[in-house]
Each structure stands twice: as structure tokens, then as C-alpha cells.
Design a protein around this ligand. Structure first.
Ligand code: DUC
Ligand code: ZN
Ligand code: ZN
Length: 486
């Protein structure tokens, strides 16, 4: 068999196993796994780990916030940073703002992404205005376009949906085979806390963390899960940041509901005390949900280990610490007008590898599951992406498990101008990333051009063997035969 490239002598790691094999790549795909494969272009992977490239499935790139600001990264810089961090695929958001159509939104994001990304990409569609037309025509059309995940917000005045709208979107998503994602925080609790803090003159960035209490997440996750159970639709709770929220996800899953969970490195490695800095410095770590405390970190790790979380994503939301980003309203502006979010698309996997695998908290196959395979499964990309199997895209990250480094702004390759993990020492780093067989990053050099990355038409969501939940009021055998289930 003739190959374009052979990755030779490495230890392959998938979400289920580790084995010694060469990988033969042909036409951008994995063509063979075996011993003694050869061709002219050989990548020597002896002593290295050969894994599916990471899939970064929670990133805000070239995205307008509801307040009008634009994230610091476009599809070129965002995808380059992702690639240097061991990813071979990204799924950022395309955000519908009120008054915009869904098709118009997706066209807008196409205009930002086509020809710009070095990695293959798709979008999750943020739905903030689920009109009749959106529900009946535009979401199904988005689905046909290969966008098979929709995100809803339960907070932010300009983005949130009410419970009935939430149910409408869940129902349409279920009918077409899409996965709904939710930012679950109780808007009223946040508003009440914010008003009280401001009334006391407590406006510094660190008070943002107090304005989003853990109970706001707990209440909203509970409500979101109940809404999803009512219509038996799959739901992924993104950026879970509290023990109580994680426990709700865990218990719903144990009951067979189609509930999925995500957490992020910032909740594992930072606390709100890190925001207690002079002036506006704390704004660098302002995110929603906010950073919590050390006890929370321990519990979130336990939930990673016990399978509550399918994915650990960066929630890369880059805003510079200047007038184009966090300081758009000047020094001393209250936390209410400071853009939310922090960068992390390049640091996610080195941090997870070093602190997870390196510290014995997770195994290598678990690392692959959390960083790539589970995202591919949830978002309709398996087996094209997220695994090492014959026929899959040759989206491969080769890691040196012994290589040491320090996270710093200069090795993140994004446009945020800072890293929340600055100075963190890591062991285990990606050295080569291939996208459809093409070296995108190799030994610290960028080798792919903007535009190499292609839009991915994703398959529909598959809940596998999950039983789901049948509410008695929606069960024709128990509801006088009323045929009202989606
Ligand atoms: N939610 C996100 O998912 N990211 C940034 C800010 C937010 O509210
Ligand atoms: Zn969110
Ligand atoms: Zn986000």
C-alpha cells in the first residue's frame, strides 16, 4: 500500500486503548494501522504519544457579544492558537442576536470563517430569538446545513430565552436530531446580587464573581434538566462550575436522561481569589459562570473521574485588557460593563494533560475521551474525527510526554495579549498536529495556511442506548391519548 505519510514507532492512544502501531496516511485519511509501514515522508514518533487531535468544542471566535464588543481572535488566530495547543478541529459559536435571522447569522459567520481557519471547523448556533419562522423554517434549515447543535442562554437580558421558548427549541432540536446546549444561570438572582453590590459601591471586577452565586447555577441547571426531561430531548450543560450543578448532571444521567456535561480548565485551576488584584487587573479572569474556590476544584475533578463530564472545553472568550476589549469603558468601570470571558484555547490540552494525566488524576484514554472523542460523538463528527481508525480523517496530535514548558502569553499564539495560566509549568506538550494528513504545526512552526480548514457538515445527534425520560403527561398511554410529544 502506498502512503503519503507514515507516523512511525509511536504509542497510539484512543479513548479506549493504547497500542504500538505505525499509522499510514493516504489522501488525508488514516489508511492503515500496523507494523513496518513505510513511505518517503516519515514522522518519527518513537517515544511519543499519537492521539486524535483535540476537538475544541467551546470557543468564541470572531463573535460579537450582546453588548457589541468583538472577540480578539478571528478564525485565523483562533485556529492557529488551537493548533499549537494540540487541536485539529474547532467548533466555535455563531450567535444570533435579536432581530437577526438564523440563516443570516450563519451566512455572516461563513463570511468570517471561510478561507480563514487553519483547522476544520463547524459552529454551534446560539439562538436568542426563537420566532415562529426560526422554529419552523430556519432551525430545520440550519440542521440541513450540518449545524446540529444549538445553544441557549438562561441569563443575559439580550440573549436569554424563557422556559416556554426553551421547550420550543428543545422540541425542534429533538425532532431533527440536534443537541441543545445551555448556559444555565438564574438571571433574576444575578440581577438581584448585582444591584446590591452596585448599591454598596462594590464595582471592582472581583465582585462580578459574587454577583453570579453558585445557587444561580444550581437553580438553572435543575430547571434546564427538568425542561429537557419534559420533552425527552438531549441537553448539554456547558461550563459547569459548581459541585451542586455537577451533582444534578450526575444524577440525571444515572436516571438515564439524555443529559451531558462540560467543565472548563479555569474552574479546575483558578479561584475567585485570583481576581483579588489592584485596579482592573481582576478583569482578566472575569468570566461567567465565575471562578469559584479550591474545594469546588476537588469536586469537579471527582466528577471528571466518575464520568459526569463528557468534555473539558476551554470556553475561549478572548478580550484584550485594553480599550478594544475589557477596558472599553475605561479604568474604574463597574464589572457590569466589562466583557466576560478569558482566553484558553491553546492552554486547554497542555493543562489537562499535565495536571490530569501527569498528576495521575486521569488516564491517557480518558484524556483522549475528554479532549476529543466525546466531543466528536456529541457533535456528530465520529468517526470522521476524534479517533484513530482506518477511514478517519488523519487529524492527529503527536505529543512528547516528557517535554516541559511554561504557559505564557508568547506561546499561546492568540490575540488576547495575556494568558490566565501565565507561568504555569506543564509537562507533556504537542509537537506535531496534522489536519487531514497535512502538518499544521510541527516543532513550533506553523505550516498550514489560512483556508486549509474546511467547514464540517455534522451528522445528527445520537443518544446511543440512553433510555431517556417519558413524562407521564406526555405518554399517550397515560394522558388520555393526547398526541403532544415532540
Ligand atoms: N458564556 C460563555 O459560554 N462564554 C463566555 C461568557 C458566557 O456567558
Ligand atoms: Zn455561556
Ligand atoms: Zn462560552
Amino acid at each position: 500500500m502506498r502512503f503519503d505519510t507514515v507516523i512511525k514507532g509511536g504509542t497510539c492512544v484512543t479513548a479506549s486503548e493504547m497500542f504500538a502501531a505505525d499509522i499510514g496516511v493516504s489522501g488525508g485519511r488514516i489508511a492503515a494501522l500496523g507494523e513496518g509501514l513505510n513511505c518517503e515522508d516519515v514522522i518519527d514518533a518513537r517515544g511519543k504519544l499519537v492521539m486524535p487531535g483535540g476537538i475544541e468544542a467551546h470557543a468564541h471566535i470572531a463573535q460579537n457579544s450582546a453588548t457589541g464588543g468583538m472577540t480578539a481572535d478571528d478564525y485565523t488566530s483562533g485556529s492557529i492558537s488551537a493548533a499549537f495547543g494540540g487541536n485539529s478541529c474547532i467548533i466555535p459559536f455563531a450567535a444570533q442576536h435579536r432581530g437577526m435571522g438564523v440563516t443570516e447569522t450563519l451566512d455572516l459567520y461563513d463570511s468570517r470563517a471561510i478561507g480563514a481557519s487553519v483547522l476544520d471547523y463547524s459552529y454551534h448556533l446560539i439562538v436568542s430569538d426563537p420566532t415562529e419562522k426560526v422554529l419552523a423554517e430556519e432551525l430545520p434549515a440550519a440542521f440541513l446545513r450540518g449545524i446540529t447543535s444549538f445553544k441557549l442562554f438562561m441569563t443575559y437580558d439580550k440573549m436569554l430565552v424563557n422556559d416556554a421558548q426553551f421547550l420550543d427549541v428543545l422540541s425542534v432540536a429533538k425532532t431533527h436530531g440536534a443537541l441543545t446546549m445551555v448556559h444555565a444561570e438564574n438571571a433574576g438572582m444575578i440581577k438581584w446580587m448585582t444591584d446590591r453590590l452596585l448599591a454598596c459601591g462594590l464595582t471592582a471586577p472581583k465582585y462580578h464573581a459574587l454577583s453570579h452565586p453558585a445557587l444561580a447555577e444550581e437553580e438553572a441547571i435543575h430547571r434546564a434538566i427538568c425542561l429537557a426531561k419534559l420533552v425527552d430531548a438531549p441537553l448539554l450543560i456547558v461550563h459547569v462550575s459548581t459541585p451542586e450543578g455537577a451533582a444534578l448532571v450526575q444524577s440525571a444521567r444515572a436516571q438515564g436522561a439524555k443529559i451531558y456535561g462540560e467543565t472548563c480548565p479555569q474552574y479546575l485551576f483558578l479561584t475567585r481569589d485570583d481576581m483579588d488584584k489592584p485596579g482592573m487587573e481582576g478583569a482578566a479572569l472575569m468570566c461567567s459562570p465565575p471562578l469559584r474556590d479550591a474545594a469546588t476544584q476537588d469536586v469537579l475533578w471527582q466528577h471528571i473521574q466518575s464520568g459526569t463530564f463528557d468534555v473539558v472545553s476551554s470556553d475561549h472568550s478572548p478580550y484584550r485588557m485594553d480599550e478594544t476589549g475589557k477596558l472599553a469603558h475605561g479604568e474604574g468601570a463597574p464589572f457590569t460593563v466589562i466583557a466576560n470571558g478569558m482566553p484558553g484555547i491553546g492552554a486547554r490540552l497542555p493543562m489537562l494533560f499535565s495536571e490530569g494525566v501527569g498528576k495521575g488524576r486521569i488516564t491517557l484514554p480518558e484524556f483522549v475521551a475528554l479532549s476529543s472523542t466525546n466531543a466528536a460523538r456529541l457533535y456528530g463528527l465520529l468517526p470522521q474525527k476524534g479517533t484513530l481508525t482506518v477511514g478517519a480523517d488523519a487529524d492527529i496530535a503527536i505529543w512528547d510526554p516528557d517535554k516541559r514548558g511554561r504557559i505564557c502569553v508568547d506561546n499561546q499564539h492568540d490575540n488576547a495579549g495575556y494568558s490566565p495560566f501565565e507561568g504555569w509549568e506543564v509537562q507533556g506538550l504537542p509537537i506535531t498536529v496534522l489536519s487531514r494528513g497535512k502538518r499544521v504545526v510541527d516543532q513550533g512552526a506553523l505550516l498550514a495556511r489560512a483556508g486549509h480548514g474546511q467547514f464540517l457538515v455534522r451528522a445528527k445527534f445520537d443518544a446511543g442506548g440512553r433510555m431517556g425520560y417519558l413524562a407521564p403527561e406526555l405518554d399517550p398511554a397515560q394522558n388520555f391519548g393526547a398526541d403532544i410529544a415532540p
